[in-house]
Write a protein that binds this ligand. Sequence first.
Ligand code: OAD
Ligand code: ZN
Length: 235
Amino acid sequence: MTNNLFVARQAIYSRPEKVIIFTGAGVSAESGIRPFRNSDESLWDEFDVETFSSIDGFLEQPLAVWRWYLQQVSSAKHALPNAAHLAIASVQYPVITQNVDLLHEAAGSKNVLHMHGQGDRAKCTECLWEGELTELDITVVDVPPGCPECGSLARPDIVWFGEPLSEHNMLQAYLLLKDSICVVIGTSGRVEPVAHLPGLANLVISINSCEDDHVVNSLQLTGTASDILPRLFAE
Ligand code: OAD
Ligand code: ZN
């Protein structure tokens, strides 16, 4: 690890303009946000992924899904960025994230690309409306919120399983990652198409607390994000 950390620091130091940060749920675990897999607290071990992360599950039980989702949004709102988010913000490398919790922004990162949507946004299941979650009436607890434009069912503006990612975001991610030095942090790499994106980089530095979840063919740093990132980016 010490040697890999040294090599990773050298690589970053020699080409800082090439560095792109790529994060998953593990970067927020130490802020108290539950990851999806591979922990005692894994969300998908406790909640049915088909129900809570698919359009079919949502259309069957919109109220249950909204209630569950708003609890996740509320925990994220009360969470604070941890030392990993802060270390990333201190260097202002562009961030590509799968997380919807907005903790990179809370830490001060300015350039953040959200591949799986954002927890503060919603959209309509029928018309083209999309906007802030706060524009919906979520105070009524026995009816799922309606679209402010057409009154149809509104939904979280996040990507559920089986749904396509924004083409614009995929292109942006491609342009950022091509030939980059990509620092991949806290993702199990189980969800496509995003899991393949770090493969575009020239060099992948993989940070994960679980050795089995590192990106293959990468420079591997095993440990927690909050321990490693401040050391990786220290002056
Ligand atoms: P996962 O929950 O699948 O994986 C979290 C990863 O973080 C695992 O590899 C852990 O070993 C690692 N980890 C946990 N704590 C850590 C720590 N303190 N420091 C470093 N690493 C740590 O999360 P994602 O890969 O982000 O999709 O999941 C991908 C997608 O699956 C999510 O965006 C979400 C989910 O279903 C959608 O909502 C569409
Ligand atoms: Zn609408």
